[in-house]
Design a protein around this ligand. Structure first.
Ligand code: FE2
Ligand code: FE2
Length: 453
């Protein structure tokens, strides 16, 4: 019997929730490539996926509330927009973490809680329901953010950023709160600090100190993996390496999302789901190493040469073409099924399990590629040919990086394999230990030198 919101008031609040999810998705995808901290790169992938999904639910709900034209692509409030612009333009990791996890997400959580508490659950049950579901994941993001703030932001950072944090608070007050539920003060007042110059997407990947030799292309993982004379057990290490190296797929896909405009939101939802899957694939490799007792930063050289090359040498559509072309190559017998079979043959149930799901994810990614990339090109054969052509255009610059002194392409395999044998209490197999093949001379148009999948 309680009086809740009118349809107009509900729509006005829902549009601001939607805008915040949408802009947060943009902040996560804009920043993950150049964010060096590995855990944040992975978290941004997950949180972008959450925000894309919730923004989609809000779009659908607003569309049910007598609102054509929906106005979902227009800024709902100038001060809220500046608040989000400021966070997008945060100058470093600490400021970005403070902005996202210390301000934006807690404000969104409070707004969703208020909405769920105040709306009439009978007349507006569909909105109540999406808020309730979203709060599960917004709560998880806020909780993660509390740990990130503790681990990554010092007291000195907080002092340095205190003026900016006051500005963020003020912008939300000026906006009448994130959801506009309070009367706005100084409407239209939009003081800016970090966003005075519009934030630019930085497609050059960055990594933290655990990635000691990011130009290293010294161990040709696929040549070892596909060599039938090599035993399956050490091949699990190569697969863990291949999985962990997939960090560069989110780094690359984020650049497509950041630089592709004018796509429907369902494109963002699909592509961000795949982006998160690729981040999960990287973490599967990481967990595989931990489970195998390997201190991976010490023994494994995870490079960024693929995302660096694609982000700096190709247009967004060309990058998508390469991704599709590579993933096409993973589906026949030599690809994902083969890796799963190696996992099973190795007797390592973890390797078998992750490859099983990696293969399943790949089938979804092929569907996403068909729905968006192939449809855009118009013809399946032409789509593959164009991907092949774009991939051939990419230079991975093996010799250039060596000649510039950026890497020696050190063969890190024998030390990794020896360490693993030591932990397993087994004698190294001389043929496995002697493996020494780098990516030098690998033709850039061969899909097997790619990290993707
Ligand atoms: Fe993958
Ligand atoms: Fe994939």
């Amino acid at each position: 019997m309680r009086i809740g919101f009118s349809v107009d008031d509900a729509v006005s609040r829902l549009k601001r929730h939607h805008w915040t999810f949408r802009r947060l998705h943009g902040i996560f995808t804009n920043r993950l490539t150049s964010e060096p901290v590995y855990e944040l790169k992975m978290a941004f992938s997950l949180h972008a996926h959450y925000c894309a999904e919730h923004a989609a639910a809000w779009r659908e709900r607003v569309g049910e509330m007598r609102e054509p034209p929906l106005g979902l692509d227009t800024v709902p409030d100038a001060s809220l927009e500046v608040f989000l612009d400021e966070i997008l333009a945060a100058p470093d990791t600490a400021a970005l973490v403070v902005g996202i996890y210390g301000h934006a997400l807690p404000a969104l959580q409070a707004a969703l809680r208020n909405y769920a508490a105040e709306t009439n659950r009978l007349v507006d049950h569909p909105s109540f329901r999406i808020c309730r579901f979203a709060l599960v994941e917004v709560g998880e993001m806020v909780e993660y953010g509390a740990s990130a703030l503790k681990g990554l932001v010092t007291d000195a950072d907080r002092t340095r950023l205190s003026g900016w944090e006051t500005l963020l608070d003020r912008l939300l007050v000026q906006a009448g709160g994130l959801d506009g539920s309070a009367p706005p003060t100084e409407p239209g007042a939009t003081e800016r600090l970090f966003s005075r110059k519009a934030a630019q997407f930085d497609g050059t990947p960055k990594r933290d100190g655990r990635f000691l030799d990011p130009f290293n292309m010294g161990v040709h993982a696929e040549a070892f993996l596909y060599d039938p004379s090599m035993p399956p057990e050490p091949k699990t290490l190569m697969m863990y390496y291949k999985r962990l190296r997939e960090i560069d797929v989110p780094e690359m896909m984020a650049s497509i999302l950041a630089e592709t405009k004018d796509k429907p939101w369902s494109y963002m939802v699909d592509m961000t789901r795949q982006l998160w899957d690729e981040a999960r694939h990287a973490m599967m490799g990481e967990v595989g190493f931990v489970r195998a007792g390997i201190d991976w930063p010490r023994f494994v050289r995870v490079n960024w040469t693929w995302s660096l090359a694609l982000n700096t040498q190709l247009s967004p559509l060309e990058r998508h073409a390469v991704l599709y072309f590579i993933e096409q190559g993973l589906m026949p017998k030599t690809g994902k099924r083969f890796e799963w079979e190696v996992g099973v043959a190795s007797g390592d149930p973890f390797a078998a399990m992750i490859q099983d799901y990696d293969w399943a994810d790949e089938v979804l990614h092929a569907r996403i590629g068909r729905d968006w990339y192939v449809k855009q090109i118009g013809d399946p054969a032409q789509a593959v040919a164009y991907g092949d052509q774009c991939w051939s255009k990419v230079s991975l610059q093996w010799a250039h990086y060596r000649d510039k002194g950026l890497t020696r392409h050190e063969n890190w395999w024998p030390a990794l394999y020896s360490e693993w044998c030591r932990g397993q209490g087994r004698d190294p197999d001389p043929a496995v230990l002697a493996y020494d093949k780098s990516y030098e001379g690998a033709r850039a148009d061969l899909h097997e030198i790619s990290p993707s999948g």
